[in-house]
Each structure stands twice: as structure tokens, then as C-alpha cells.
Write a protein that binds this ligand. Structure first.
Ligand SMILES: Cc1ncc(COP(=O)(O)O)c(C=O)c1O
Length: 425
């Protein structure tokens, strides 16, 4: 098969007739398929339903001398803080256990900057004329949504295969209006990139002009390998502390893709100063989070070794799904030269970069054929992908049989969008 870019107009037109027929055949099947969000599939949820059996009315509900049924211990059960400290390689006193969503902790951390300022000593951000924010892109749409709700001026930073382009970041933080940055350091959403040691060192040693600069380190995929073994990862709090920057960072994680999304537990990790300041503000918001669920997670997950065994079970389900996506792209798209994609070993996504100018058209053709994908553009601030090229594939939810069909539709739609573009219509 020739690459599309090497075909004559006549060849492209002939190819389009063939691809249109395939597309029409899929459309006639009137399927409803979804590769939009990184949700675990039912098989994965079944693997961890034992979480519901570890506690009942006969169980010992006193943990660390604390009655989990009652108010109190806002920062979380000591056992639960120890468990997450072990997972993230930090000290238990730096760990705070929140509710069921790390996204809510992230939103709240930023909201506190707007209402109370960072560590109380700097001006509340709500009183600033402008708050600029660095957004490595492509990135996580919900991060960008948070920034947008607060009216931040988002600045895209290109992603490299080592993480955000640090030459760009180091230049941008010289601007005193740049007050923070989103990072998904391990298996980034959507690229699945692991930040290199060099990138982490350069981030941890940043010297931003804004003294209240906030590094939002969303380690959502800290133990989420689907190919190969667990990859150890540096602890950002110690890295920052090495350069006197321990107050610059908040790290986040959750069990959303370990146990049940929406019914798990979330954590943040921060310096002693940040912990004291944040706890004081949180005391006006909450008396305690759900310690019953914390105990359930402690009993079910046990320790990091056991947790990694559970992640291997998830990998046994997820690995073949990611393989299915990669195989379809390699077989259908690679010979045509109309897109490139990442090959992550963990996380929940595959990031596909089409030839410029066809991501939106591909997305629309998918939708008209019954396949829902994450909106084209969603992986960029304000939903604006300058090259109209990035599409995020989330293969975790559909069973393999559906995924194979979804990938056929995805590849056919992309071919058709490319042909229309090249033919010039
Ligand atoms: C990078 C990243 N952070 C956070 C979340 C959501 O986490 P939680 O369920 O803990 O709010 C997701 C979900 O897809 C994600 O991809």
C-alpha cells in the first residue's frame, strides 16, 4: 500500500470510493460504542469487588485506636496515611487522605489560593489582575477545565518524550504572573509519557519569579503499568526539598483506577507548612472524611506489594485492550503515513496525532458512525488544538469484541478524513 501523501489525485479518489464503502457498511450496523473516557471496564471492577467484603457489622471498627464510625481525624487514618506513604515513597505525616476524588482536592487546593493566598503570606489570587498557568499539552482536559473556571490565562507548553519542554518552562516562569503548572508525571494523560529524571530535576529546581508558584503534581497513574513491571518513580516532595522548594508542590493520587472510581479514596502529599495551612482551612469545610472507606481500603489493599499484585490483575485485562488498539493502528494506519502515536506501558490512554487538520473531521465521522471519542481539541487549553491533530483513545471500558469494532470505525474515519483533506474537499 502506498502512503496517501504519495498518491496521485486519481489514486486518492479511487481509494476514497473503497473507504467510503467500508465506512457506510459500519454505519449501517448502527452501533453504539465509546472510547471517550478512561473508565475501568466491568471485568476490572469485578476483580476488586472484594473491597466490599472486608468490613461488616462484626468487624473490628477500631483502627489505630480510632473508631472509624465517628467524626474526627480529618487528615485520615494513620494506617491509611502509612499505606499511601509507602506507595508514593513519602513520609506518613506528609500524606492527607481526602474523599473519593483527587480532582476535588486539586480544585480545592487552587480555590484556596484564590481565597486565601498561598500559605497565607501572599496575596489571594482573586485579587490579582492576571493568573497565568502552564499547561503541558496535550494534557488532561479536566485540569484545563479547572484552570478555565478560575479564569486563569492558560499557556500551552509542548510535551516532549521526556515530559514538558523544560527550556520553555524555565523561560516562562521568569514572568511573575505565571503562578503554577499542571503535571501528570507518570504515564501522562494522554501521551502516557514518564517524565525523565532530568525533567524532574529541572522542575524541582525551578526558580519561578512568583514566590507563590504552585506545582500541581497529579500522580494519578503512579502504579498503573499494563505492560511490564512496576516502574519506580522519584518522590517529588524530596526532590523539591533538595532545592529548598518543598513548599512549591502538592502531589495528588487516588484509588480511582485501583478500586472503584467515585467510591475510592484520594490523597494529597505536601510539606509540613502546606499541611498545617491547608488543614486549618479544611477544618471549616469538613469534620472528617470517610474513615470507614479508608479502613476498607487498608484491609483490602494491605501494602504496596499486595497493591502491585492487584495492579497486575488489572494489567491482565488492560494489556490486551491496549494491544488491540496498537495492532489496529499498526495494521490500518501506519502504512498510509497519516498519523503517529505513542506506545505507553501504563496509564489509561493512547495519544494519536493525525496529519494536521483532520482530528475534528475524524471525530465527527466517528460520531456519525456511532463511536463516541473524547472531543478533538479537548487535550489542549480552551479546547484549541493548534494543529487540529491530537485524538485521545481510551480503550479501558469496552470489552475486546467492541473495542475491535470501535478501532475499525476509528481507522476508517481517519482514512476518510485524510482522503477528503488531501483531495481538497
Ligand atoms: C490525570 C488524571 N488525574 C485525575 C483523574 C481523576 O482522578 P479522581 O477520580 O481521583 O478524581 C484522572 C481521570 O481520568 C486523570 O486522568
Amino acid at each position: 500500500m502506498k502512503k496517501y501523501a504519495e498518491m496521485t489525485k486519481e489514486e486518492l479518489k479511487a481509494e476514497r470510493v473503497k473507504v467510503e464503502a467500508v465506512y457506510k457498511a459500519w454505519q449501517d450496523q448502527k452501533l453504539t460504542l465509546n472510547m471517550a473516557r478512561g473508565k475501568p471496564g466491568a471485568e476490572q471492577l469485578d476483580q476488586v469487588k472484594g473491597l466490599l467484603d472486608v468490613l461488616n457489622s462484626d468487624s473490628d471498627l477500631i483502627c489505630d485506636g480510632i473508631d472509624v464510625r465517628n467524626y474526627g481525624t480529618m487528615e485520615g487514618l494513620p494506617s491509611c496515611r502509612r499505606l499511601f506513604a509507602e506507595i508514593l515513597g513519602v513520609k506518613p505525616e506528609n500524606v492527607f487522605i481526602g474523599g473519593s476524588a483527587s480532582l476535588q482536592l486539586m480544585y480545592d487546593t487552587i480555590a484556596k489560593c484564590y481565597t486565601h493566598g498561598r500559605l497565607g503570606s501572599e496575596k489571594p489570587w482573586a485579587k490579582l489582575d492576571v493568573v497565568k498557568w502552564l499547561c503541558p499539552s496535550p494534557g488532561y482536559d479536566r485540569h484545563f477545565n479547572i484552570s478555565e473556571t478560575f479564569g486563569m490565562t492558560m499557556i500551552p507548553v509542548p510535551m516532549t518524550s521526556f515530559g514538558p519542554d523544560m527550556d520553555v518552562v524555565e523561560e516562562l516562569v521568569k514572568d511573575p504572573d505565571v503562578r503554577g503548572m499542571w503535571c501528570v508525571p507518570k504515564y501522562s494523560n494522554p501521551d502516557g509519557i514518564i517524565y525523565s529524571e532530568e525533567t524532574i530535576r529541572r522542575i524541582a529546581s525551578l526558580r519561578p519569579a512568583a514566590k507563590d508558584f504552585l506545582l500541581m503534581w497529579d500522580n494519578a497513574y503512579c502504579v498503573h503499568e499494563f505492560f511490564g513491571d512496576y516502574v519506580p518513580f522519584p518522590d517529588i516532595l524530596s526532590e523539591c526539598a533538595r532545592y529548598g522548594n518543598e513548599d512549591m508542590v502538592f502531589e495528588f493520587a487516588s484509588t480511582s483506577k485501583i478500586t472503584f472510581p467515585g467510591a475510592g479514596i484520594s490523597v494529597f502529599v505536601c510539606s509540613e507548612n502546606n499541611m498545617n495551612f491547608t488543614k486549618k482551612l479544611l477544618e471549616s469545610q469538613v469534620i472528617s472524611y470517610d474513615k470507614v472507606n479508608q479502613l476498607r481500603h487498608v484491609l483490602f489493599l494491605k501494602d504496596k506489594e499486595n497493591l502491585l499484585k492487584i495492579m497486575k490483575q488489572h494489567a491482565a485485562v488492560l494489556g490486551p485492550k491496549f494491544r488491540c488498539v496498537l495492532d489496529a493502528l499498526d495494521r490500518e494506519i501506519a502504512p498510509l503515513g497519516i498519523a503517529s502515536w505513542q506506545r505507553p506501558n501504563g496509564g489509561y490512554f493512547i495519544s494519536v496525532n493525525t496529519m494536521p487538520g483532520i482530528a475534528k473531521a475524524t471525530w465527527k465521522l466517528c460520531r456519525e458512525c456511532g463511536l463516541t471519542m473524547t472531543d478533538a481539541g479537548a487535550t489542549f487549553p480552551y479546547g484549541k488544538d493548534p494543529k487540529d491533530s491530537n485524538l485521545r483513545v481510551a480503550p479501558s471500558l469496552p470489552p475486546i469484541g467492541q473495542l475491535e469494532k470501535a478501532m475499525q470505525i476509528f481507522c476508517t474515519s481517519m482514512k476518510l478524513a485524510a482522503l477528503n483533506k488531501l483531495i481538497g474537499e
